[in-house]
Design a protein around this ligand. Structure first.
Ligand code: BTN
Length: 324
């Protein structure tokens, strides 16, 4: 039995929406999951198609303040990668910032969203939604027009639909999020950077990305920095791309990147508030969700995030590690 609540729903519109609605019912770390998600949401306003029992739809609830919340999607991709390796022995690659690929095709998508809660909505939290393609047949991807998608089963993994969703949901919550959060909450992405870079498929490859004023840029992805940004060497210098999607030549087809997801150069102005306007389109920061908050200050709090004491109980590393 997990010390963190991992709530199962037989069916759900969106586990992210559910987690936001029920946010305060969960502890510092908790989760909700289903295998039947009827109104799933993807990144950049896309939908996430239901696979009726053949995929896992999971959302982690993080109520604790994080030193670098904008990089949670990158941590999440490592968390899922690790648990899929444990369960199935597969070696996934990460397509920056947080898609997981197996044999060059997407098997996992991640959508993090911020949450305001509590007295005068001053509390700041995050939900981290993860869709894992477990055992959809090829006909599912064909019908949904997802030529770059695949499932673990299609790639040869032995999937047990009766047991794996619960196992993965509990393992992700306890070992994917709770345990690393002990470090991540205080130190951010930097301690995980080397592990991330080793799994990142973009590095050393030619990539294409949208420019904020229109058009596209391209170059060679050379690094992921301590703030989680993809560093791309172009003919005109280095670009620091914060979050969004870039096409990776030779992996699969080009996909767009939201202009709200890109920082043109350097860090946002010190002290900028998360509801400052987007520096590209001028819309209020929170109106487009998580990436905007990244734009406007790389933090989710109006005041500096509280310091997190050493050895905080909720994120103390768990002693147990349950395995198949
Ligand atoms: C992407 O577009 O790649 C991200 C997809 C994220 C889908 C997951 S499934 C669980 C959670 N609930 C949602 O509505 N979306 C996320």
């Amino acid at each position: 039995m997990s010390i963190n609540e991992v709530r199962w729903l037989s069916e759900c519109g969106s586990t992210n929406a559910y987690a936001k609605e029920h946010f305060e019912e969960f502890g510092p770390v908790g989760a909700v999951y289903t295998t039947n998600q009827t109104a799933g949401r993807g990144r950049l306003g896309r939908s996430w198609v239901n696979a009726e029992g053949r995929a896992l739809y999971y959302t982690a609830v993080i109520r604790e303040p994080l030193a670098q919340p904008a990089t949670l999607p990158l941590l999440a991709s490592l968390a899922v990668r690790d648990q899929l390796a444990q369960r199935y022995g597969v070696d996934c690659q990460i397509k920056w910032p947080n898609d997981l690929l197996l044999n060059g095709k997407k098997i996992v998508g991640i959508l993090c969203e911020s949450v305001s809660y509590g007295y005068q909505m001053q509390g700041r939290g995050i939900v981290c939604g993860i869709g894992i393609n477990l055992a959809q047949p090829q006909s599912y991807f064909d019908a949904a027009n997802l030529p770059n998608g695949t499932s673990l089963e299609l790639q040869g993994a032995k999937v047990d639909l009766a047991a794996d969703p619960q196992w993965l949901a509990e393992a992700l919550t306890d070992f994917g999020f709770d345990r690393p959060l002990y470090t991540f909450a205080r130190e951010g992405f930097a301690p995980f950077r080397d592990e991330y870079k080793a799994a990142c498929v973009n590095l050393g490859r030619h990539v294409t990305f949208d420019l904020p004023g229109g058009g596209t840029g391209s170059g060679t992805a050379i690094d992921v920095d301590a703030d989680g940004r993809l560093i791309v060497r172009t003919d005109s210098g280095e670009e620091k791309i914060f979050t969004g999607e870039v096409s990776v030549h030779g992996i699969y087809g080009a996909v767009e990147i939201s202009h709200h997801s890109r920082v043109s150069a350097g860090r946002p102005a010190p002290g900028a508030l998360f509801f400052s306007p987007c520096e590209v389109c001028g819309k209020p920061g929170f109106s487009h969700g998580f990436p905007h908050m990244v734009f406007a200050g790389q933090r989710l709090w109006k005041t500096p995030a509280p310091k997190i004491p050493e050895g905080r109980g909720a994120f103390a590393p768990s002693a147990k590690r349950r395995r198949k």
